[in-house]
Every structure is written in structure tokens, then in C-alpha cells.
Ligand binder design. Sequence first.
Ligand code: FAD
Length: 415
Amino acid sequence: MRTTTVVVGGGQSGLAVSACLSVRSIDHVVFERNEVASSWRRERWDSLRLLTPNWQCRLPGHGYQGGDPDGYMGALEVADFIDEYAKLIGAPVLSGTTVEAVRPGGDGYVVQTDQGEWHCPTVVLASGAFGLPKVPAFASAVPSGVATLTAMDYRNPDQLGEGGVMVVGASATGVQIAAELRRSGRDVLLAVGEHVRGPRMYRGRDIHWWMEAAGVLDERYDEVDDIVRARRVPSMQLGGSDDRATFDLNALTGLGVKLVGRLAGINDGRAQFSGSLRNKCELADLKLGRLLDTIDEWAAAEGLDGSVPPPHRFEPTVVDASPRLQLDLRSGEVETIVWATGYRPDYSWLEVDVLDAKGMVRHDGGVADAPGLYLIGTPFLRRRKSSFIDGARVAAEDVVGELSSYLDRRPSARD
Ligand SMILES: Cc1cc2nc3c(=O)[nH]c(=O)nc-3n(C[C@H](O)[C@H](O)[C@H](O)COP(=O)(O)OP(=O)(O)OC[C@H]3O[C@@H](n4cnc5c(N)ncnc54)[C@H](O)[C@@H]3O)c2cc1C
């Protein structure tokens, strides 16, 4: 079978691309191995709420229309929102169709699915940036008496034994899970490496409102000094809740979570923590200060100072003078380890020479390093917000613009 563009993945990114392709009358098909928005249905823990406010759920031609724009939808509500979008735009999604291989062939690509083979000049990889858990190699050294699970396997506290838990990783996922487990009555140790501190509210508004208004989320990939590093920056410590609670380390310490440094290794059953906890926290405090400076400067320049509360700064992160550096994992103190150490994409089916040493697609703002191949949904693809729901909108318009120009340069490719 033949089409002009194959889109791999029926999440928000693939659908946003589909909408933009339709606007340009580019014939296409979207392959989805499960059902539309399946990552929101299958890969999130039960209590997850968006860390972005509902009003920021915007896809091409469609936005949040519920009654709680300043709230934070649960994962299943997000899935429904995306599902509704797929119907609204009439996306040509073939659900239950797994792409098993994409390889160069014919006048572009051969896409091998479990339902047959397709040929097309252009392919958009929208298969998700967070489809696999990233776990350190030394995880295999965890003593057998300690249960381990990744954030992708975690659903709720009832899954775990009653004993102590170590959550490894203090980005958005780790802090939310640590808080939930602590609230369930368990002793919780949180291993903290590099992290991005963020308050939920600042000067009476959601921090995402400020970041959008001040242009922080729209910063372009070709404007930052070190895009490789920017693409690796962890997610901000945020969560969504009715009381608009902050999920920074001071909030967690207030709940009774104990902080230790980055988990650097496991030797002889002993977890070794880095001594850099204080440094990492100071750095995160400093960066938060810089973000708030940017916001305050923007607010002043826009003449908002009279209409919102005055600028203020948050207490520095409180850290023990000498946090522990070791933990005997055979002592019974920790019964379960939750790896909240990040996610990575799965391109095991991509047989095109575009992957770098870390298994990431080499690309320039979503234009992959192979003719006719495009990427969407990865962190800082074109803008800081690229991997957010709202980011898919702008990224899809830009990437489909590039794809369309490519087709215009070889008109015979259009079906
Ligand atoms: C824990 C967590 C919380 C997040 N919270 C927020 C938030 O609050 N706000 C926000 O804006 N963003 C959030 N994000 C980021 C982002 O919005 C989500 O990751 C979102 O799911 C990305 O959408 P996507 O379409 O790019 O990828 P996905 O939703 O992962 O969709 C990719 C689709 O491709 C399919 N697929 C993969 N491989 C194949 C294949 N070989 N063949 C066929 N189909 C395939 C998958 O089944 C999947 O449905 C969060 C991410 C995570 C991990």
C-alpha cells in the first residue's frame, strides 16, 4: 500500500501532525499499536494529574473546553481529551497496528507493520519520547530482598509492601511519587541529583502562566547556547492538585520525606549516595531565582506590577548539614526501590541510520538526518515546550511545514 506520509504513533504529537497534514491536503495514515492516547491510559500512575494547567491543553484547532481551565486533568481525562480530538479532526488512525520496521526503500521508505507493508516518501516519528524507563546499569546490583519497580510500572501505594521506600530521582515524576508514598504512611527516602525547582504559584498566578507569558516556554532551539544540554534538562518539580500545592524539596521534607544525594552506585549491597546534595540544591535555588528574575523583568516591562502581588523569593532548600552517604540495602530499612530516573524513546524498529550513540534521532528542529524523515514530541525539539501537549501544536505546524516544502521540491512524491 502507498501513501504520502506515514505517521508512527497516535498520541497528541501524531494527531497534531495529522491535523496539519490534512490542512495541507497531504495524504497520510497514522499507525498506532494500541489505541489513541494509549500512553495516558497505560503508562501513568493512577493519581497522576497534569502538571500543566488545563487551559494549556491546546492542539491545532482545538483546546480545553471543560469547566476547570485552571485545574489539572487526570491522566484518563487527558486520554479522553485526545481521543475526542482524534474524532474531531477525523484522523486516519489505524489502531492496533504496530510498526515493526521503517527502512529506506523505493522513493523513500518502506514501513513494515504487523498488518502489511506500506511505501511512502515521508515518515514522521511520533512514537513518544518517554516510552521506556531509563534505569541505571547498577540497578542489577540491588540485593534480591529489595523489590524494584520503575515509575512506568508504578500505579499506587497498594502495589508496594508496607516497609520503607527509596525513590530514586527528584524530577516531576519522582517528587510526585515520593509525596504519595509518604502520605500513605511509609518511610520515604528520596535520592536527589540534578533537578529543576519550581513553585506551583508565583505572584498569584500559575508558574506555567508566567513561563508562557514571559516567553520562556517559547524559547527556540536555535536560540539557546547549548541545545544538547538543554534537551537533557530534567522536568520541573511540579504536580497538579486541587490545592495547587508545590512539590519542591522543602515541601517534601515538610511531609517527612528524607533527602539523600544522587544514588551513585551499589557496592556489596550498599547504596552509595553522592555528597553533592547541598550543591545540587543550591544550584536549583539559583536557577529558580534566575527564572523569577526573568518573570519579574517581563512583568515590570509589561506594566503588570500594579495588578499582581509584588515579587518575592522562596526559602532556600533546606538540606541536612551532612546527609547520609550510604545505606545498607540488606538492613530492611528499604523494602522497595522506585526508579524515577527518567524515560527514553524506543526506536528499536527504526532501520534508518539516524540514531546517535545514545539512541536518539539526529535532527535539526525535527528534520531528521535522513531525507523525508521527521521527528516530533521530544524535549526541546523546536521550543522549550516541545514535549508538552501545548508544544505539539506549534511543533506539528513547523515540522509539517518542513515536510511540505520537502514534497514541493519533489512533486512526484505527493500521492
Ligand atoms: C509521567 C509523565 C507526565 C507528563 N505530564 C505532562 C503534563 O502534565 N503536561 C504536558 O503537557 N505534558 C506532560 N507529559 C509529556 C507529554 O505530554 C507526554 O509524554 C505525551 O504522552 C507525549 O505525547 P506523544 O504523542 O509525543 O507520545 P505518546 O503519548 O507516547 O504517544 C506515542 C504513541 O506511539 C505509539 N507507538 C510507539 N511505538 C509504536 C510503533 N512501533 N508502532 C505503532 N505505534 C507506536 C504508542 O503506543 C503511543 O500511543 C508527561 C509525560 C510523562 C512521561
